[in-house]
Design a protein around this ligand. Structure first.
Ligand SMILES: *[C@@H]1O[C@H](CO)[C@@H](O)[C@H](O)[C@H]1NC(C)=O
Ligand SMILES: *[C@@H]1O[C@H](CO)[C@@H](O)[C@H](O)[C@H]1NC(C)=O
Ligand SMILES: *[C@@H]1O[C@H](CO)[C@@H](O)[C@H](O)[C@H]1NC(C)=O
Ligand SMILES: *[C@@H]1O[C@H](CO)[C@@H](O)[C@H](O)[C@H]1NC(C)=O
Ligand SMILES: *[C@@H]1O[C@H](CO)[C@@H](O)[C@H](O)[C@H]1NC(C)=O
Ligand SMILES: *[C@@H]1O[C@H](CO)[C@@H](O)[C@H](O)[C@H]1NC(C)=O
Ligand SMILES: *[C@@H]1O[C@H](CO)[C@@H](O)[C@H](O)[C@H]1NC(C)=O
Ligand SMILES: *[C@@H]1O[C@H](CO)[C@@H](O)[C@H](O)[C@H]1NC(C)=O
Ligand SMILES: *[C@@H]1O[C@H](CO)[C@@H](O)[C@H](O)[C@H]1NC(C)=O
Ligand SMILES: *[C@@H]1O[C@H](CO)[C@@H](O)[C@H](O)[C@H]1NC(C)=O
Ligand SMILES: *[C@@H]1O[C@H](CO)[C@@H](O)[C@H](O)[C@H]1NC(C)=O
Ligand SMILES: *[C@@H]1O[C@H](CO)[C@@H](O)[C@H](O)[C@H]1NC(C)=O
Length: 853
């Protein structure tokens, strides 16, 4: 059990660095069927019953040990249109499809019509029934289309017998009707409702199991948006006017009705309606406003299928033009680009995601089938064309905007606000814009305005004093688990705990990066108006200034980071190193110099960090002022290569806050991450697993003792950038000179960002054995609150925790304009009895003042 759990933890972390939470479990170049005998197969091929290239998987569903796959009869030569594969059979990744319920249901009867004609998608309900919406058309891409009435077929999954066949009445089927999707509301097994979407002629047909009756609901939201009909997939451009397509049904709401989330395929918008209205035709017709517009996914974001996981409430949906699957938490108030998470995106493997399901064991299944290529071109039979992806839901959504672990909404808001400002700047400095004003002056004005606003809101009109508060992080390593000898050789990744032999405990290294990363006032002194990553900021920079000197000036030093730090009560136990990065500026890493023999709250790291009031009013950061904290294995040094989700280039679906500062380095990326706001105290517990990876030809790893994958990746990025640019930046160790004019600097920044973002994961092998630390926040409190009536920051009353720790907070008078002449005025407000661990640093002007013990 233990091994399994660790395995998941490991995946979580190592996945976030590479963005592939999904695994491919099945893949096919062409589909094949399990014919009774080989002879039957030959005969079927020779008489045209089976034409392999005409078979394309369309829908998936998983129930018990079976994975159902539909193969619609778009063309002739489809021997069976509803099939399954046995999940227990792991002998091949390209299994043959077994007809469901049997071959008999697919062989044409005397009237030429098989029992199951051409289903696109199916749904297994929790009551052991398989709902099949049969489109009824044969060869609809060919010339002689045969049409039978569409029907809903319901099978008993225990006995595999047909329970019911309900042909949709003629008045509910229109000339161009096509029923491609079905959602089933199975809260009550005897009063189940099925909702079948008509993509050809906008409408939903509702079938009631109890009444054995159906009716058709229309609404203008079901119609295609004429401005969203153009699609482009893998070079094929086409125009589809598909109406209502994605049907995602939530779990029961408080009133026992579910919410149906739906969208037409030719549309960027998402809508919802309570099934209360769908269940009663006259109610729906009289309440057209019960159908709600939720919002837009943004340009190019047409979606086909969708599915709601009832447990997490996450809506999954495909994005066909983007070869992606994305998600949105239905508990989120806003449906917009920012609140969408990217589950998976790949221009090779995820071409046309055609079905998405979550099974009853909380696993996500996705099928991709390259349909546009199949329809308008030809699939290459030597390539993998169809794939089934799999992931546990929790893994799939971890570190996306749909992550269900709660986050601070305040943080969201703050980020939003700053995004707005930076976006505006980006739009304005865009050289294509017609404005004749100097882009620099506009951007600067924007920032100034924002800065002033922010300063006002924090200080209040008459208050010139601002508190400077210290964040305090206490990191305690807690020992976990038992045995070492659980190494299972035939599993590629195995974990076990590692400090059982001699009871010594290897603490992790902790790296702190400050937010904002650069000193805004200093940047202004040098004519830079924002974070150096914005290339336009360099336009007016005087390049006779030495860049290394500049970086020393604009980054924060040790004294400006720490008030105190220590391990096991002493700073002597810690080695402090600094790293210069581009996105994060200067970061400091604490590494243990000693091995401890116990783990408790009283040992471990204790660190107090500080912030300047000036930072709170500056706008060089995207997050609110605070610290990024990385917990990582000491042998993989922190190298400052950080994912830069913070650039304001137009990105499809912004990553969520939690991954803003994930270490992008694939190889050594076994890093856990926390964000600490200024004024906050955080207790964290750290668990550790050792993982052992077996070297494989296509995924090698190394045992070289002085090797570091992070160093290797960093070197790789640096040397690549140098090759492209011919000069270097102060955060790079390089023999090339520093860049010396705007053109080369811009070039450097662009290439640097581009290369480290896209660097090949495989370039540097990982280390075969590594420690994986997982940090859990056990307590987190702001010890300062904003008192809006008195317009003051004040100490939270009744603040009694941190018994064995201390915190210090301090008040400064800030001279107007935020210059650096602030001087300490007030005393320290808080003391907590107990030991003070670590050292008392001699600090510059931010020195904390009195501290009672
Ligand atoms: C083609 O061969 C299959 C397999 O033997 C058989 O079941 C089917 O009836 C044949 N179809 C025709 C049209 O001959
Ligand atoms: C398939 O699964 C069985 C157990 O279900 C296992 O013993 C066997 O090793 C697996 N085979 C492969 C090729 O993974
Ligand atoms: C349909 O008929 C047209 C001419 O009538 C022919 O050119 C085309 O190839 C046919 N298509 C198929 C799929 O048979
Ligand atoms: C349901 O209704 C259809 C026709 O509308 C009928 O053919 C079928 O027998 C009915 N099934 C049951 C179980 O009543
Ligand atoms: C398809 O459309 C894209 C823009 O959406 C365009 O760049 C591309 O050239 C088009 N391809 C073809 C083959 O028309
Ligand atoms: C929902 O269903 C449950 C069980 O079927 C029932 O006890 C409850 O009263 C229902 N709630 C409403 C609001 O109808
Ligand atoms: C449908 O709703 C109407 C009110 O709009 C109500 O009069 C009618 O009884 C309902 N029908 C059913 C079957 O519940
Ligand atoms: C962002 O700007 C838009 C208009 O540009 C505005 O409608 C929206 O309210 C702003 N959001 C925030 C959080 O300020
Ligand atoms: C405990 O084991 C670790 C590695 O397993 C080793 O580095 C360390 O020296 C050992 N400590 C003692 C006190 O034996
Ligand atoms: C740039 O800085 C140098 C000294 O650092 C100074 O001599 C020179 O005048 C400055 N150039 C401009 C355009 O400000
Ligand atoms: C990684 O690089 C840093 C500085 O470049 C160096 O101090 C450290 O020893 C290197 N670590 C390894 C394991 O190579
Ligand atoms: C910028 O510097 C590079 C060499 O460092 C030089 O080749 C190039 O001409 C310079 N560009 C300008 C506009 O001065």
């Amino acid at each position: 059990m233990r091994g399994f759990k660790s395995l998941i933890l490991l995946q979580l972390v190592y996945i976030t660095s590479c963005m592939d939470q999904l695994h491919i479990v099945y893949e096919w170049t062409q589909l094949d069927f399990q014919f009774p005998t080989l002879d039957d197969r030959h005969q079927a091929i020779s008489n045209g019953t089976f034409i392999p290239e005409n078979n394309m998987p369309m829908g998936v569903e998983v129930y018990g040990d079976r994975l159902f796959i539909t193969v619609p009869r778009w063309r002739t030569g489809v021997p069976a249109s509803l099939t399954y594969i046995n999940l227990k059979d792991n002998s091949t990744v390209s299994p043959k499809l077994i007809p469901y319920p049997n071959w008999g249901a697919h062989i044409p009867g005397p009237d030429g019509k098989p029992e199951i004609v051409s289903p696109f998608r199916v749904r297994a309900d929790k009551c052991n029934r398989l709902w099949v919406v049969d489109n009824g058309k044969i060869n609809n891409l060919g010339n002689n289309t045969i049409k039978y009435p569409p029907a809903i077929l319901i099978y008993d999954l225990t006995t595999d017998t047909l329970l019911r066949k309900y042909e949709l009445p003629k008045d509910q089927v229109k000339e161009d009707s096509g029923f491609a999707n079905i959602a089933v509301e199975d809260r009550d097994c005897d009063d189940t409702y099925a909702y079948a979407g008509d993509v050809g002629k906008a409408g939903i047909v509702v079938y009631s199991w109890a009444k054995n009756d159906s009716w058709r609901i229309s609404h203008h939201f079901f119609h295609p948006d004429p401005l969203a009909c153009d699609f482009s997939v893998k070079g094929y451009n086409f125009s589809w006017t598909d109406a209502i397509f994605g049907l995602g049904l939530s779990g029961p709401n408080a009133d026992n009705y579910s919410t149906l989330y739906f969208h037409p395929m030719a549309s960027y918008n998402e809508f919802s309606v309570s099934t209360e209205y769908l269940r009663n035709q006259s109610l729906a017709e009289n309440n057209f406003d019960a159908f709600k517009l939720l919002g837009s996914r943004g340009p190019n974001a047409q979606s086909s299928v969708s599915f709601v996981d009832p447990k997490t409430g996450v809506l999954f949906y495909s994005l066909v033009n983007l070869n992606a699957v994305a998600c949105w938490r239905t508990t989120n108030k806003n449906y917009n680009m920012k609140n969408q998470g990217r589950i998976y995106m790949n221009d090779e493997t995820m071409i046309y995601p055609s079905d998405i399901k979550v099974d009853y064991n909380d696993n996500l299944w996705i099928l991709s089938n390259r349909m546009p290529i199949w329809m308008y071109g030809q699939l290459d039979p030597n390539e993998v064309n169809f794939r089934v992806f799999f992931a546990h839901v929790v893994d799939a959504i971890s570190h996306t905007a749909c992550d269900i672990t709660p986050r601070s909404d305040i943080l969201d808001k703050f980020v939003n606000k700053i995004k707005n400002v930076t976006n505006k700047i980006a739009a304005k400095v865009n050289p294509n814009s017609a404005a004749t004003v100097s882009p620099f002056s506009i951007a600067e004005k924007e920032l100034r305005t924002f800065k002033e606003k922010c300063a006002r809101c924090l200080r209040g009109p008459n208050l010139l004093k601002t508190l400077v508060v210290f964040g305090c992080i206490i990191i305690v390593v807690q020992q976990i688990s038992e045995c070492v000898n659980k190494l299972m050789i035939n599993i590629p990744v195995v974990t076990y705990t590692h400090f059982d032999f001699n009871k010594s405990i290897v603490y992790p290294s902790i790296t702190f990066c400050r937010e904002p990363a650069y000193k805004y006032d200093k940047l202004l002194d040098y004519g830079l108006y924002s974070h150096p990553r914005f290339t336009s900021t360099w336009m007016h920079f005087n390049f006779s200034v030495n860049l290394d000197y500049l970086w020393d000036e604009i980054t924060y030093n040790e004294g400006e980071f720490f008030v105190q730090y220590g391990l096991e009560g002493s700073a002597e136990n810690v080695e402090l190193t600094s790293t210069l990065g581009f996105m994060m500026g200067r970061c400091f890493t604490l590494s243990p110099k000693v091995q401890l023999r116990q783990a408790s709250k009283a040992s471990g790291y204790s660190i107090t960090l500080q912030h300047r009031d000036l930072d709170i009013t500056t706008s060089t950061g995207v997050c609110p002022p605070g610290y990024h904290v990385y917990v990582h294995y000491t042998r993989e040094p922190f190298t400052g290569l950080i994912d830069d989700a913070m650039t304001v280039e137009f990105v499809f679906i912004l990553p969520p806050i939690v991954s803003y500062a994930e270490v992008e380095v694939y190889n050594g990326g076994l890093v856990d991450y926390l964000y600490i706001n200024a004024g906050e105290a955080v207790d964290a517990k750290v668990t550790v697993d050792e993982y052992v990876k077996l070297s494989k030809a296509d995924d090698p790893c190394t045992y070289l003792s002085n090797y570091s994958a992070n160093n290797c990746t960093t070197q790789f990025v640096w040397s690549h950038v140098e090759n492209f640019v011919g000069c270097s930046g102060p955060w790079m160790k390089s023999s090339l000179p520093r860049c010396s004019n705007y053109t080369t600097m811009r070039n450097l920044i662009r290439n640097y960002i581009n290369i480290y973002k896209n660097n090949e994961c495989e370039t540097c092998p990982r280390f075969c054995r590594s420690y994986l630390y997982n940090a859990f926040v056990t307590d987190r409190q702001s010890f300062y609150v904003w008192d809006s009536s008195n317009k003051l920051w004040s100490l939270k009353s009744g603040y009694t925790r941190l018994q064995s720790q201390w915190i210090a907070a301090k008040e400064y008078a800030s001279s107007p304009g935020g210059s650096s002449s602030e001087a300490p005025t007030g005393g320290v407000q808080d003391k907590v009895n107990g030991r003070h661990r670590g050292r008392h640093p001699t600090l510059g002007r931010d020195a904390y003042q009195s501290q009672s013990e």
